[in-house]
Design a protein around this ligand. Structure first.
Ligand code: ADP
Ligand code: GLC
Length: 487
């Protein structure tokens, strides 16, 4: 705690629960600052004031001021407004600009998103100067905030915030902010000499925002140790593996946690029946019945219910799921899907629901409340990802006594220990190579324990619920990193 007391950290990122969330980044932007302030840190979170942020939060914000900021190569000026609110000790500063944020969803398409996040990265630093709040560390998240470390060392170097150090956290390397060199030059307004192969360029005509940020950040982290190693390889490196390998001395992995107050089966008001590790066996099944009833599945607590809560994209291993879907089903199995995304997967899951009414339910929507009920009501949660920087759904599942079935990649590998039938150790079922038959085998092995060896299954459930999936340990690792940077 003592080293942390003076640490002031500014988080810069494109989403944050409960204001706006499309995936795990939103959860981390919410939960990590809260864990850091418990350790004595001062944290400010800078976010875009998107139109989709619910009015009830906008009503709680206060106006902190505004100024004009030049942005583009030809010096065009843009309005920067700052709206602020405090929530549980964390200060949130929202950057207001109608031109960039007052239409559509957070992410609309790269052509518009690149100007939007050039503006946002620069405006966030300018806002810190305007607020006269100079952090020790600017902690930036994903490609949308990747220009902040670059601005910090260049255009902002002579300004107060220029004394801060920077961290860039990779939540997902697949998205990098790539566009034509001219587009990025124009919108970033950054000097021409940065447009070389060590910083932004990836070929003769394209520039990459993430690549530049990774070059300029003082430290680079990603959200699990395994993913930190994986992204230095060709398969997982998304074209940046050599760049990351070159910068490996400043790269490390810190595994995500979850906010255990937000995700607490004992007090979760969205659950029909609350429970903890001590009474999970007596109570959790009532959530299964309620879920089956809500979704029109055959009501039977003896069924083996597999849940899948996910963005429906290739990253999540859904082609494997499609391949063996019908084989995974048997008389005692039900499958519940919650997700939106690629029409290909939305379509195939709707199809499976149609053919297996009462046994399969595909909820093609984004529904926070329903996700809680699936985490509580399912027996197993499927996460067969092609790659997974960390993954939060398996952590939430464990907290709710729902056994994760995962592929051994990224954070899934670091957080799920495979069940060992000989020793009884482990807290989930896993497979290594990206193959549909191995996924099927995993589901069958897990279901076999559920059906034929219930005491062993129940022991896994209890172990999952007792596992520490909180942010405590990882927040301390970030604090150590902040302290090192301050020295
Ligand atoms: P990613 O960030 O790659 O999408 P994570 O596992 O890190 O994956 O985080 C996903 C987060 O989004 C979890 O909090 C999960 O519960 C939530 N989520 C994903 N899809 C949905 C959905 N359709 N409805 C509600 N919550 C969802
Ligand atoms: C990304 C990753 C996911 C990770 C999340 C939060 O969206 O896909 O694995 O858990 O960010 O770090």
């Amino acid at each position: 705690m003592s080293t942390a007391i003076q640490s002031r950290v500014a988080f810069i990122g494109s989403e944050c629960y409960p204001f706006v969330k499309t995936g795990g980044l939103g959860d981390v932007m919410y939960a990590l600052p809260r864990a850091l302030i418990r350790e004595g840190c001062q944290v400010r979170v800078l976010l875009p004031l998107y139109r989709v942020i619910p009015q009830k939060y906008k009503d709680q914000m206060t106006w902190k001021g505004s100024f004009m900021m030049n942005l583009t190569q030809d010096g065009r000026e843009f309005f920067v407004g700052i709206m602020e609110m405090e929530k549980d000790g964390v200060l949130y500063d929202f950057i207001e600009n109608r031109e960039f944020f007052d239409w559509g969803n957070p992410y609309t398409g790269l052509w518009e998103d690149i100007p939007k996040y050039c503006y946002f990265s620069k405006a966030a630093l300018a806002a810190l100067n305007y607020l006269n709040w100079v952090p020790d560390v600017v902690h930036c998240h994903d490609w949308q905030a990747a220009l902040a470390p670059v601005y910090l060392r260049t255009l902002f170097a002579p300004t107060p915030v220029g004394s801060a150090r920077s961290i860039l956290t990779i939540h997902n390397l697949r998205f990098q902010g790539i566009c034509s060199i001219e587009h990025l030059k124009y919108w970033s307004g950054l000097p021409d000499d940065l447009f070389n192969y060590s910083v932004f360029l990836i070929n003769d005509h394209e520039a990459n925002m993430f690549k530049g940020g990774l070059a300029y950040a003082d430290r680079v982290t990603t959200v699990s140790e395994t993913y930190a190693r994986e992204i230095q390889t060709d398969f997982y490196g998304e074209g940046l593996n050599s760049h990351l390998w070159y910068h490996r001395e400043k790269l490390s992995g810190i595994v995500n946690g979850i906010d255990v107050d937000q995700w607490d089966p004992r007090r979760d008001s969205r659950l029909p029946e609350n429970y903890g590790p001590e009474d999970v066996l007596e109570r959790k099944w009532k959530n299964k019945l309620a879920l089956q009833q809500r979704l029109g599945l055959t009501e039977d607590a003896g069924k083996f219910v597999i849940g899948l809560i996910s963005r429906l994209t290739d990253q999540k291993g859904l082609d494997l799921v499609n391949t063996v879907f019908e084989q995974m089903l048997d008389d005692q199995t039900q499958i519940v899907i919650l997700g939106t995304g690629d029409p290909r997967y939305e379509g195939s899951f709707r199809y499976f629901e149609n053919v297996h009414h009462g046994q399969v339910c595909s909820c093609i929507l984004y529904d926070e409340g329903l996700s809680h009920q699936i985490y509580a009501g399912a027996d197993a949660l499927l996460v067969p990802s092609l790659f997974e920087p960390c993954g939060l759904t398996q952590l939430i599942a464990m907290r709710y006594g729902t056994v994760p079935f995962v592929r051994e990649t990224g954070g899934l590998k670091d957080t799920v220990e495979p069940y060992n039938a000989n020793t009884g150790a482990g807290n989930g079922f896993t497979f290594d190579r990206y193959r549909a038959d191995l996924l099927l085998d995993t589901v069958r092995r897990g279901r076999d324990v559920f059906v034929n060896n219930r005491p062993a299954w129940d022991a896994i459930v209890r172990r999952d619920m007792e596992k520490d999936v909180s942010w405590d340990r990882s927040a301390r690792q970030y604090l150590n990193l902040y302290s090192e940077l301050k020295k």
